[in-house]
Design a protein around this ligand. Structure first.
Ligand SMILES: [Zn+2]
Length: 237
């Protein structure tokens, strides 16, 4: 059941007040004491490093696959060159066959070295990953314990948040989805203030003096009107 135009304004004013309370509470509940804040940033840093390692391992593994294939091919070519060398008896062709073997051997070495280095880096990355994961679990456990204490110290705010959340839903249920969307958009675009008073002909949202025709229109309005300057929903208290 939606409110008519006439009754929508009080709903919007109430909804704005509810959001204001919720914001204050949210601020209290996210203002973590230093020990909790430190753990929080530690966990964030660990997540960042884990992400980097994950990407590095994925890329490195793909690179190892590619190099391994190239090395297999190089080994086959080298083997082929060596077999060929054994069958050559002419002096001139022999020299060429030796050069071919040398060249193939160089190619194989050229692949083996970076592959070894890459594999070593992958092992180190996997080790670091395991260590950080373990430390992250510890940090998270500590954080959760301390956070629970913090939240129990702020029990009133937690309770109020629940009550206000329900109230918000109840108020929103009296609006059309389009009205809820419009309100939400104004909230996020206008620094959390979607509905503001007009005082002395001035919009208290943007401090712009409203035009007389608009003020007249506002006095006789059957529904919410938006400030011509900041688009916030305005009302005369
Ligand atoms: Zn305004």
């Amino acid at each position: 059941m939606y409110a008519g135009y006439m009754t929508l304004l009080p709903v919007l004013i109430e909804l704005q007040a509810t959001h204001d309370y919720l914001r204050t509470i949210e601020r209290d509940l996210t203002a973590l004491p230093p020990d909790l804040a430190a753990l929080h940033s530690q966990i964030k840093a660990q997540d960042k490093r884990l992400g980097e390692l994950e990407r590095g391992i994925t890329e490195g593994t793909a690179q190892v696959g590619k190099l391994t294939k190239e090395l297999e091919l190089a080994k086959r070519l080298e083997e082929h060159a060596r077999k060929h060398l054994k069958t050559v008896d002419q002096k001139v062709k022999y020299a060429a066959a030796i050069r071919e073997v040398d060249e193939r051997e160089r190619q194989r070495h050229g692949l083996e070295r970076p592959l070894k280095e890459l594999e070593a880096r992958l092992v180190a990355a996997a080790k670091e990953q395991t260590e950080i994961k373990a430390r992250r679990i510890d940090a998270q456990t500590q954080f959760d314990e301390l956070h629970q204490v913090f939240m129990s110290e702020h029990e009133n705010q937690v309770t109020a948040r629940g009550v206000l959340g329900k109230k918000r839903k109840m108020l929103e249920s009296q609006m059309t989805p389009a009205e809820v969307t419009r309100f939400g958009r104004l909230l996020s675009q206008r620094m959390g203030r979607a509905v503001v008073k007009v005082e002395g002909g001035i919009c208290t949202g943007c401090r712009v003096r409203l035009r007389s025709p608009f003020l007249l229109q506002l006095q006789e309005a059957k529904g919410p009107l938006g400030c011509e300057s900041c688009q916030r929903i305005v009302y005369i208290a």
